[in-house]
Design a protein around this ligand. Sequence first.
Ligand SMILES: N[C@@H](CCC(=O)N[C@@H](CS)C(=O)NCC(=O)O)C(=O)O
Length: 303
Amino acid sequence: MPEVILHQYDTSPFSEKVRICLGVKDLAWSAVDQPVIMPKPDLVPLTGGYRRIPVMQIGADIYCDSQLIVRELERRYPQGPLYPAGSEGLAAAVEQWSDKVLFPSTVMAIFGSIGDSVDPAFIKDREALSDQQFNVAGMKAMAPFAIAQIKAHAALLAQQFADGRAFLAGAEPCLADAAAYYNFWFVRNFAPGLSDRFDDLAGFDAWYDRVTAIGHGRREALTPVEALEIAASAQPQEVDTLPADAELQGKTISLAATDYGRDPITGTFAGSTQYSLTVARNVPELGLVNVHVPRLGYSIASL
Ligand SMILES: N[C@@H](CCC(=O)N[C@@H](CS)C(=O)NCC(=O)O)C(=O)O
């Protein structure tokens, strides 16, 4: 059975980023399909409150946020580098740009265009997730602007292909490609014809097709119950702590995303790296699990 378990759903754009990275590494993995809206009774016991998708599970280690998931994939499975030598920081910076700058335009363009035909339960869920920032009427008004923004972002990427390279950082695909790609994948699949092909941006469509062709690695299916059983029968990996965080060791803390979906994860501080923060949680039905979040974009509070 594959070690890597991805809690996801097929229509999730951040999951698509991770699925392409699994393809770059040609990894075997199990997909646990989770609900698209709350409640998520088979996810929240693992994460301790975090509800967003995707979440990666390896045994009793739970990795929240695609940003940390891809970093952990790289640490454990270095083949098919996601952070290629000489472009490590650049790949991560392109990811930040895509997640934080391009993604909001993508959401606005898609839901401003198709919002009226979307299940009202989904709209209500996303309004709550975003503290009412997700607003279909507002997005409708902004959709033409958002579409123009998406095209202007695509033009930035297209500049990279002027020298004939196949992928953003060179001849091989990396995180930059997966991260830049998923926004266009989201538009293309959910509001086709809107702003998804750019024949006039030399090299862009051919790049998009090359990233699609990478695929998702070797995917199997796992039930949520099986995933919980795997967590219950495993022990978390040992984690180190950065010297700067030593005073937090053993303290009760809470970690939370700072943008949306800010449900806190409370537990005992268990470790940190330059990129991540970890809490240990003792869950009645699972035993000890370690929940990891990225440092970037997450707050930490001592309780
Ligand atoms: N920064 C997070 C963002 C994740 C995110 O916004 N995921 C969307 C789905 S693609 C989500 O969780 N939506 C609400 C939900 O599924 O409950 C990440 O990179 O994983």
